[in-house]
Design a protein around this ligand. Structure first.
Ligand code: ATP
Length: 375
């Protein structure tokens, strides 16, 4: 296979890159490009092949097919230490006998650089650890150790920093804090980050581009908001959040809007947002995110503006989740539609059994192939 010439602006380019272990294919032939200076996330459930992909970029695994280009150079045959990359692992792998300063200075000293003070100082400032320079790793919190690992990996200015679940060992609050911190560091240094995670919120918070992996394949790649708003498959729709999928039949199309019927109801779907074949009679899944839906008591139905998608139902369950209340609604088109209602006013919570109408702007509906498995 001849590989295309990598674009100059790509920090990483995988072309038909695959990895098999005997008869088992961990990563199917993969094509992806990471623009230089961007924050890229590989997102997927355990075992989907994201770490293997990262390790092929690092040179820690040899692909069984395809090529790896870094900054336009074919590095497929190069060992890890000759590649312009560095990796931060989940366990940090800090030197326990060296203090923070010496851990960070290590990469420079190994290259024979004598005068390290300025560079180490800048790096410690970047990760805000200057005051802790003389502490040993065991005297640091998990988040601080993680920052030392990042500083140590960045000191040699790699073209690409690879991060393999680097926040996996941290508790939720610290994890959220470090996500913002890593994003800030990436923006400041301008180095390309490729970050592996199974946490969809983490990938969406940090990355410019997210590749969603499933069973060794990239299902969809794009900007976080685009993936969330316009998922291309039920897997992506469900992996990135609650999707409320309603099975429906295409009844017609008019002016770029598909008219659907489901359980005696009519729904509208912008044709441009439908990923499935949608001739009259075809079955599609109409999806809508929970926060796009408004919940009204059936007594107030007359106040709902015309032109909205409407689904009647009854409250099955509700849970208070701080900023919002999450309702589960049984309807003729789906037994468990989910709606998030912001807790802004002092509205009484709707009780189980209450008759309601769910309504939303048809523009917020996306269409998927009804013949895929719903995970
Ligand atoms: P996790 O989040 O659990 O680390 P992952 O998405 O990073 O998962 P990989 O570590 O890339 O997944 O593994 C992908 C698949 O390849 C898994 O099914 C794994 O069992 C398999 N695999 C990984 N390394 C080997 C190996 N050396 N020999 C055989 N199978 C392997």
């Amino acid at each position: 296979m001849t590989s295309p010439t990598p674009a100059a602006g790509d920090a990483v380019r995988l072309t038909g890159t695959a990895k098999s272990y005997g008869a088992f294919t961990a990563v199917h032939p993969l094509d992806l490009a990471v623009p230089a200076g961007s924050f890229f996330a590989l997102l997927g459930a355990s075992g989907c092949g994201k770490t293997t992909t990262l390790r092929m970029i690092a040179g820690l695994e040899a692909p069984t097919a395809g090529t790896v280009h870094l900054g336009g150079q074919d590095v497929t045959a190069l060992p890890p230490y000759k590649r312009p990359v560095n990796t931060v692992f989940q366990n940090y792998a800090l030197f326990p006998h060296l203090d923070v300063y010496e851990n960070v200075a290590f990469g420079l000293r190994r290259r024979g650089i004598k005068s390290v003070r300025k560079q180490v100082g800048e790096m410690l400032d970047l990760v805000q650890l200057g005051p802790l320079a003389r502490r040993r790793p065991h005297q640091l919190s998990g988040g601080q150790q993680q920052r030392v690992a990042v500083a140590r990996a960045l000191i040699n200015r790699p073209q690409v920093l690879l991060l393999d679940e680097p926040l996996g060992a941290l508790d939720l609050k610290l994890r959220r804090q470090m996500q913002l911190e890593l994003k800030r560091i990436q923006t400041e240094v301008g180095i390309t980050f490729v970050h592996v995670t199974h946490d969809q919120e983490e990938a969406m918070t940090m990355a410019d581009t997210v590749a969603v992996m499933n069973a060794g394949r990239v299902e969809q790649m794009g900007a976080p908001a685009d993936l969330y708003e316009n998922p291309a498959s039920t897997f992506v729709a469900n992996f990135l959040g609650t999707s409320n999928l309603i099975e429906a039949e295409v009844a017609g199309e008019e002016g770029g809007t598909l008219h659907l019927t489901s359980g005696g109801l009519r729904l509208s779907l912008p044709a441009a947002r439908c990923r499935a074949q949608a001739a009259v009679g075809d079955r599609v899944l109409a999806g809508v995110r929970p926060e796009k839906i408004t919940l009204a008591h059936r007594d107030d139905e007359d106040a709902i503006p015309a032109g909205r998608n409407r689904v009647p139902g009854r409250i099955v369950d509700s849970s208070f989740i701080g900023v919002s209340t999450q309702y589960v609604v049984d309807s003729p088109v789906c037994p468990d539609l989910e709606v998030f209602v912001p807790n802004v006013g002092r509205d009484a919570r709707l009780a189980p059994g209450a008759p309601v109408v769910l309504h939303w702007d048809p523009e917020h509906t996306f269409g998927l192939d009804a013949h895929q498995d719903i995970d």
